[in-house]
Design a binder for this molecule. Structure first.
Ligand SMILES: Nc1nc2c(c(=O)[nH]1)N[C@H]1C(S)=C(S)[C@@H](COP(=O)(O)OP(=O)(O)OC[C@H]3O[C@@H](n4cnc5c(=O)[nH]c(N)nc54)[C@H](O)[C@@H]3O)O[C@H]1N2
Ligand SMILES: Nc1nc2c(c(=O)[nH]1)N[C@H]1C(S)=C(S)[C@@H](COP(=O)(O)OP(=O)(O)OC[C@H]3O[C@@H](n4cnc5c(=O)[nH]c(N)nc54)[C@H](O)[C@@H]3O)O[C@H]1N2
Ligand SMILES: [Mo]
Length: 763
């Protein structure tokens, strides 16, 4: 495009943009059938006051006075050279005194699209080159439990979620979709690395028009789009395993289960069936039993089992179900239910974990590699499951269990973060504050003054994606996008790469880090892998300059072949599953051998240890926000336009609102024993009774900083969530579900301060 228009890309879509010196105009990619409204957050983001303009250092850290870290603490501006000298010296000191295993570089987070300026790749590469490694984190907040359980029982998480049933198959073949946790369009709008076509809405519409029946098994009706014309089954939150067991029992009771498939393709169905039929615990998991737990009528459960046994049925389980205590169980039981229905591996049928949770799923996988920044080798053995960050900082040297092993938490002296926002993503923020007061030094690279930046000691201003050139690509999107720089960096902001290169120079490892390339040369270098692969296939493979001039490049896709489950179905001997038995492990000897009561050897109904109570009767759903990606650009125009009185909106059922004297638009206080926050109430029949829905991502804004626990006046649900692992198996994040009470807020409304940057203080 010309007239100042540039192609660019983001995790929520490819687009073109034009800058007028202050605001930007954004136009979605012309070929995108359903662009994301989140693009609207870019319009006023570039020069927003929340951006970080200059390096800043916490005064108490600089002066070595031992004050606790708070968000209100004084910050001093430093020149780049001075701050980089200081940081290089501090890194060397920590490394010399305590070793690389005292540096936490897990640095979880989504950062921005763009394959070169990927903050995680940059920080990991830097720490590997400079110190031979760092303490890392494994797995993700997204799929903490499933990434560990699935390889034990079925196969690799990536293949099960991303190369399995496609949206084309759903449109053409599926008769029944049991969508546990739904497949909300707001979620599939997002794909890390970039996405150029949003196809989910039209695929569901096509399937529904053909007669496919979608079931939205979820506390929120809008977890499936209206185009799916779904039947809404709002069972009690966290009782999905009980419903699945009730369905499974009904299948057996009516002899509708596929005995051949269970015998030939599965391991240990007999052991599981004893549990299902209650042969040992004298409790058959029949529809009546499931009805008591889920709140769904027994007759409805039986009818649903019959319906699912009739045609081509697809079981999907969203990430959200496993972002809760015992989250391994619904992931495992969903696969067992699909196996009992006999549908695993059939076109449009069987089991697709997390279909629709992101725009990576249900699509064809590219037949060529995408540009990827090499991260080097990490020689440090210590790691944590990613959501055990507070546990690690608060319990150095203490043992913890993970996936059959007993490990120890390292003793962290320095935390280095680039491209993530732990004060958004982690649970029980009041506990996180205590944990973030343990290390000697916290360093953050950020584009904006997020609460995580405000809690750091050394804050370095990073450029925003729109301020630099990059390449946008995802392994499931058929386009490579030239992400062209649109505007000069704000203030003194620098690219993460340039910051690390300058540090590397001070540490004497500049060349190993940069390999003698500047950013532009790196882009051309990374592009070469893709170009060569295209050329080898005899496809259009322009050189880098020509690709850059064109703005985008088409990538070929693999065939829609159903992935490894189809191959297994077609020939279970030639294409064994990568599990110990080579089959679907309905019973896992490995997991049984770990002797974890919180994750037994076959799928088991385990009720949450924190159920709703008289004091905290409402179940809080803290899910992904529709108006932004996580906490990114919460200050942006689209996100702000959906707030009420500047607060995040919390939805609740009119029945629950009325019982508390709450009206639409009222400011309410949500609270439990861990914390409290304000939010603006919206009454909605799309929220199940007993459930309250406050999405994540509103920046933490404590009223009286330093108080523990302080009231978050803005609506960050993570002041309320529980900081425990899913189980000893995976230790995944459990932030999705909590219990709370809610009341009308009658105090004077405190101002929102979270987007106001700190004023520079004197030394
Ligand atoms: N209660 C609850 N909590 C949850 C969840 C939930 O369901 N419930 N979901 C969890 C999930 S699945 C996830 S993935 C996490 C997400 O948690 P995060 O990934 O930490 O969230 P983001 O807001 O995307 O944080 C990315 C940060 O990177 C910054 N950034 C962007 N570009 C750059 C760059 O180029 N350089 C640098 N240095 N910084 C940059 C952004 O400003 C932003 O602050 O949240 C988790 N937290
Ligand atoms: N717009 C937008 N899209 C995103 C993101 C974002 O921040 N913004 N984040 C992306 C990321 S990183 C990820 S990991 C994915 C996350 O994908 P998911 O984890 O699947 O997404 P959520 O929106 O957190 O949860 C989906 C729905 O599950 C339902 N649910 C919660 N608990 C239960 C339960 O116990 N049982 C049942 N049956 N349903 C339940 C809730 O109603 C919730 O709306 O989303 C991605 N997409
Ligand atoms: Mo995620």
């Amino acid at each position: 495009m010309n007239d100042g228009w540039s192609t660019h890309s983001s995790h929520w879509g490819a687009f073109s943009a034009r800058w007028d010196g202050r605001d930007i105009e954004v136009a979605p990619d012309a070929g995108d059938p359903a662009p994301s409204p989140i693009l609207g957050n870019f319009t006023d983001a570039l020069r927003h006051r929340a951006r970080i303009e200059r390096p800043m250092v916490r005064r108490s850290w600089l002066n070595k006075t031992s004050e606790p870290r708070t968000l209100d603490g004084a910050f001093v501006e430093l020149a780049w050279d001075e701050v980089l000298d200081l940081l290089a010296t501090e890194l060397s000191r920590v490394h010399a005194d305590h070793g690389a295993a005292a540096i936490f570089g897990g640095s979880y987070g989504w950062a921005s699209a763009g394959r070169f300026h990927h903050a995680q790749s940059q920080i990991h590469r830097f720490l590997n080159v400079a110190f031979g490694g760092y303490v890392r984190s494994v797995n993700s907040y997204s799929a903490g439990a499933s990434a560990v359980i699935l390889p034990h029982v079925l196969g690799p998480f990536e293949a099960l979620s991303r190369r399995n049933v496609t949206w084309e198959q759903v449109s053409e073949h599926t008769d029944v979709v049991l969508a546990f946790g739904g497949m909300a369009l707001k979620n599939s709008m997002v794909a890390s690395g970039g996405i150029s076509r949003h196809i989910e809405r039209d695929a569901m519409r096509k399937a529904a028009e053909r007669g496919a029946q979608f079931y939205c098994i979820s506390p929120l009706r809008d977890d499936l789009p209206e185009q799916a014309a779904a039947t809404w089954l709002p069972i009690r939150v966290g009782t999905d395993v009980a419903l699945m067991l009730g369905l499974a029992h009904s299948l057996v009771a009516e002899n509708l289960h596929d005995r051949d498939l269970l015998a030939r393709y599965c391991n240990g169905y007999d052991k599981f069936e004893r549990y299902l039929l209650g042969l040992d615990d004298r409790q058959p998991k029949h529809a009546g039993w499931a009805s008591d737990i889920t709140g769904m009528a027994a007759a409805e459960i039986v009818a649903l089992a019959r319906k699912a046994a009739q045609g081509r049925t697809l079981v999907t389980v969203s990430h959200s179900l496993q972002r809760a205590q015992y989250g391994e169980q619904p992931v495992w039981m969903g696969a067992v239910l699909a196996a009992m229905l006999g549908q695993i591996g059939l076109p449009g049928g069987g089991y697709n974990y997390a279909l629709g949770a992101l725009g990576h799923t249900g699509r064809r996988v590219n037949a060529v590699p995408i540009p990827t920044m090499p991260q080097g080798r990490n020689g440090v053995e210590d790691f944590i499951p990613v959501a055990r960050i507070s546990d690690m900082l608060l319990n150095p040297g203490q043992p913890f269990e993970y996936n059959g092993r007993t490990l120890r938490y390292p003793d962290i002296k320095l935390v280095y973060w680039a491209g993530g926002n732990p004060f958004h993503h982690h649970q029980d923020i009041n506990r996180l504050r205590r944990a973030f007061n343990v290390p000697q030094t916290i360093v953050v690279h950020e584009t904006a003054w997020t609460p995580s930046a405000r809690f750091a000691d050394i804050v370095l201003p990073a450029t925003m994606t729109l301020e630099r050139d990059d390449i946008g690509a995802a392994a499931t999107d058929p386009r490579l996008i030239a992400m062209r720089k649109l505007a000069p960096p704000i203030g003194e902001a620098r690219d993460d790469f340039d910051i690390f290169a300058a540090l590397a120079r001070r540490l004497g490892v500049e060349h190993p880090f940069t390999e003698g390339r500047d950013s532009r040369q790196w882009l051309a270098h990374l592009y070469e892998t893709t170009r060569k692969a295209l050329a080898a296939k005899g496809l259009d493979a322009p050189d880098f300059d020509e690709f850059w001039r064109r703005g985008e490049l088409a990538l070929p896709s693999e065939p829609d072949d159903g992935g490894f489950l189809r191959a297994f179905r077609d020939d279970p001997d030639a294409h064994k599953l990568p599990t110990p038995s080579g089959k679907i492990e309905i019973f896992s000897g490995t997991i049984a051998g770990f002797n974890y009561a919180d994750c037994p050897g076959h799928p088991t109904w385990l009720p949450s240890t924190e159920p709703p109570s008289a004091r905290h009767p409402l179940t809080l759903i803290a899910n992904q926000p529709a108006t932004r990606l996580h906490s990114q650009l919460d200050f942006g125009r689209h996100s702000q336009s959906r707030k009420v009185a500047g607060r995040e909106v919390v939805r609740l059922n009119p029945v629950d609102a009325r019982a508390r004297g709450i009206a639409d638009g009222d400011i309410v206080r949500l609270f439990n024993d861990r914390g409290a926050c304000l939010a603006a109430a919206a009454l909605s029949g799309d929220v199940a009774a007993g459930v309250i829905h406050l999405p994540t991502g509103a920046w933490y804004d404590p009223q009286a900083d330093g108080d523990d626990p302080a009231l978050c006046v803005h609506g960050n649900p993570n002041v309320l969530t529980r900081d425990i692992g899913t189980s000893r198996l995976a230790q995944g994040c459990t932030g999705q579900v909590s219990v709370v009470e809610c009341e009308k807020y009658l105090g004077q409304l405190p101002p929102i301060r979270t987007f106001d940057p700190p004023q520079p203080a004197d030394r």
